[in-house]
Design a protein around this ligand. Structure first.
Ligand code: T6T
Length: 350
């Protein structure tokens, strides 16, 4: 995605759901924000900056290893594409692998085998803030540069840089979208992945905080799908039996969203239950076009990947990368999905 032409979440919401104003969050520490950051006011321009300085060419062909949160997830595939493009530009190599499930017990052995190969740098999306801490501490102590992409750790200081979306702001923006779709308020809930994932926990927090500021809405809490669409679908169907007047679901990631859409579709409640989800995978886009899902909070995974490579190479060349980089998000709706929102849709292959 072009850093300078990224759209603002607020702007897109205005286009799509015609509003007078829309609130979203600003990056908490926009030291050098990435393009497309959500803005506090519709008129504020998208922040654009080359946030991670990198040499035009690396002095040698460094061996970078990317460990995804999970294999086969279009979010991480798109991130991989961003990394590969940047690696080719800088003259370094990047190899990607990921476990079959979003699970620290499966990610740790992959990390162990990558560390054993003594790469120059590891770019990783840790699947649990606690469980991946010790293995990554050990990798950093062994001299490998660690870059956290997407998710983070309880103590991220072992990493030379941590690059992630404005997850809390995205959760708040999701509530704004649900509010516009349900101006009279009502019952809302979050479909998340697992507790202990930094990104989805922050998204749920942003959503919950925003709901609780609005007394016309009732927050039913968060449910965990384990990143399995079938589990999410079952949880939604039970939630609808318990609360048949549910009006909105915030699905905190791609697979939770796919299952949420299935559950609502199976219950025949597409008219009543508005779904706003994080991410913009092809199945989510299909659900958006068909009308089961009303808005997607698209992250900028390719940019996260690009910045990740830049940070790794900067550190390997003896420089100091920006420690925390926050990228933005864009809201895709049916109104812009075939227009300006199309560029934000995730890829299934590079
Ligand atoms: O939402 C992304 C990612 O940001 C999150 O950490 C885990 O789920 C995804 O990969 C989407 O499936």
């Amino acid at each position: 995605m072009n850093r300078t032409t990224a759209l603002t979440a607020a702007g897109l919401l205005l286009v799509a759901l015609p509003l007078a104003a829309c609130t979203s969050s600003k990056p908490a520490e926009p030291a050098q924000p990435a393009g497309g950051g959500a803005t506090a006011a519709p008129t504020a321009p998208a922040a654009s900056a080359s946030s991670v300085a990198a040499p035009a060419k690396a002095s040698k062909n460094y061996n970078l290893q990317f460990i995804q949160g999970v294999a086969g997830d279009e979010f991480y595939i798109t991130m991989q594409c961003g990394m590969e493009a940047e690696a080719a530009k800088l003259g370094v190599s990047v190899k990607t692998q990921g476990a079959q499930k979003f699970d620290a017990t499966l990610q740790k052995p992959i990390l162990d085998s990558v560390v054993a190969g003594k790469p120059d740098a590891i770019l990783i999306a840790p699947t649990d803030v606690t469980a991946m801490q010790a293995p990554l501490n050990a990798a950093a102590e062994g001299g490998t540069k660690i870059v956290l992409v997407d998710t983070t750790l309880e103590d991220p200081s072992i990493a030379v840089s941590a690059i992630a979306s404005d997850n809390e702001g995205g959760g708040r923006a999701a509530f704004e979208a649900i509010k516009q779709l349900n101006p009279n308020g009502g019952k809302v809930m979050v479909m998340s992945v697992n507790p202990g994932i930094s990104t989805t926990d922050l998204r749920a927090k942003g959503f919950e905080d925003a709901v609780k500021e609005d007394s016309t809405f009732q927050y039913l809490g968060v449910q965990y799908s384990k990143n399995e669409p079938a589990i999410a679908a079952n949880l939604i169907s039970s939630a609808l039996q318990k609360d048949p007047d549910l009006v909105g679901v915030f699905a905190a990631n791609l697979f939770s969203a796919e299952g949420t859409a299935t559950g609502v579709r199976q219950a025949g409640k597409q008219e009543q239950v508005k779904i706003v989800s994080f991410d913009a995978g092809p199945n989510q886009v299909e659900a958006l076009k068909e009308g089961t899902v009303q808005a997607l909070v698209a992250q900028q995974p390719a940019l996260i990947g690009q910045y990740g490579v830049d940070a790794a190479v900067t550190a390997l060349e003896g420089g100091t990368p920006t420690p925390n980089v926050q990228t933005g998000f864009e809201i895709i709706t049916r109104d812009n999905v075939d227009g300006e929102g199309a560029a934000a849709i995730y890829k299934s292959s590079c």
